[in-house]
Design a protein around this ligand. Sequence first.
Ligand SMILES: [Zn+2]
Length: 240
Amino acid sequence: MQDSDAPPLCPHCAKPDFLCVCESVEPIDNKVALLILQHPQEQDRLLGTARLTKRALQNAELKIGLSWPSLAKVLGREANPADWAVLHLGAAHAKTLPRERELIVLDKKGEPLPDQDRALAGVKGVVIFDGSWAQAKTLWWRNPWVLKAKRLALNPKKPSLYGNLRREPRREALSTLEAAALALSRLEKRPAIETALLKDFSAMLDKYRAALASDAVTPAAPARKGGAPRRGRKKAVPAK
Ligand SMILES: [Zn+2]
């Protein structure tokens, strides 16, 4: 089995060399744990950020699968989902979201809880589903223990750094890395967490843009070395 055309992938971020930023990543000592559950069919190999997020955080796990019997089983240690929070998938009611807050705890009906500071205090970890919206929804329903966790809605003030690089709009339009950065930095009240993660993400996107510019990659397609341009290839839109 040989696939000489396929570029070698980094063992940490699973990206080809022209997108890997692992060498410049300095992992942050986050206190609130992060658990990324990735759908096995997650296809966003090039621009996906789950592995990079794990690499950029000392206290993070990435698991690939569809269902786990409990949070403790996923983590391999004692854990009570009631002490954790999960990134909410359903529509949070934009009108009722407190505008000044970027991270909001919701009740089971999707309404913000009255005492936000109290609801956010003491959260020990955050679960994020990684995949398309439909895949994340599947993960949610296949893991009923997440119903015991607090629900977090994101209300980001800034748009995703993806800009127009990504074809498919995703939930909240934020990458997994940006969602984690927002949630953890607000929970720990440490803006440095977000700054560091976004720096790594920007570096990756810069490399992607450079690869687009040099024709090493076509948008939303794997790298092709010396291959003919794809039919119907979209012209890459210059980044803002
Ligand atoms: Zn890497």
